[in-house]
Design a protein around this ligand. Structure first.
Ligand code: PRP
Ligand code: URA
Length: 207
């Protein structure tokens, strides 16, 4: 069974409260999403390997470290884009794959409209980025698509998750760990996370 990592940090609690607040404007929503995303990326990459690297500082030689560079980010369009740029600030060499999924407003079932992944996924750590894990359908479909293309080591990086979605993802992909800033109460009748933060894509993109 995969693990769920509910990350806690004072900066995370503060910024998460700002993005949950319905009175927050687009500008602040984007800024605090970036802060939350960077903290989540830090946690999700905690187990990355580093290799010894001999360098010279201006004063003396020393043994430093170089990080494993075989990483792929896969933001789930649209909302996942919000986490991509903060992630790339930390790991600018990482390659990026895309998948476009949109939930039907009536059924909440996601429909795929775009897919482009980089090659050699089997040798890479793949971080799937999507702020909202509601029913879990979008994450489960993304991970299935990545596995079909050879990915073996995958982590799900979210901001807010619902218990129903976590259970679905753990059942479909028990090998995939989940990182989140909050595990919320439940889904409402329209499959929105409660208390959640509303429609993330609409709030982030101002639509
Ligand atoms: C939202 C969100 C996730 C998905 C989560 O996207 O960004 O991708 O819903 O729901 P699920 O766990 O029930 O699949 P949406 O389909 O609204 O598209 P958008 O990102 O274009 O707004
Ligand atoms: N997608 C969102 O943006 N918010 C939710 O609560 C559920 C799915």
């Amino acid at each position: 069974m995969s693990k769920i990592h509910v990350v806690d940090h004072p900066l995370l609690r503060h910024s998460l409260t700002i993005i949950r607040d319905k009175t927050t404007n687009t500008d602040d929503f984007r800024r605090h999403t970036a802060i939350v995303s960077q903290i989540m990326i830090m946690e999700a990459t905690k187990s990355l390997k580093t290799f010894p690297k001999r360098i010279e500082t201006p004063l003396a030689p020393m043994d430093g470290h170089e990080i494993q560079k075989s990483i792929v980010f896969v933001p789930v369009l649209r909302a996942g884009i919000s986490m991509l740029f903060p992630a790339r600030d930390f790991l600018p060499w990482a390659s990026v794959g895309f998948i476009g999924l949109e939930r039907d407003e009536e059924t909440a079932i996601a429909r795929e409209y775009y897919q482009k992944f980089p090659p050699h996924l089997a040798e890479k750590l793949v971080l799937v980025l999507d702020p909202m894990l509601a029913t879990g359908g979008s994450f489960a479909d993304t991970i299935s698509a990545l596995k079909t293309k050879g990915a073996k080591t995958i982590k799900a990086v979210c901001i807010v998750v619902a218990p129903e979605g976590v259970a679905h993802l753990q059942q479909q992909h028990p090998d995939v760990d989940i990182y989140t800033a909050a595990l919320d109460s439940h889904l409402n009748e329209k499959k929105y996370i409660v208390p959640g933060l509303g429609d993330f894509g609409d709030r982030y993109f101002g639509t």
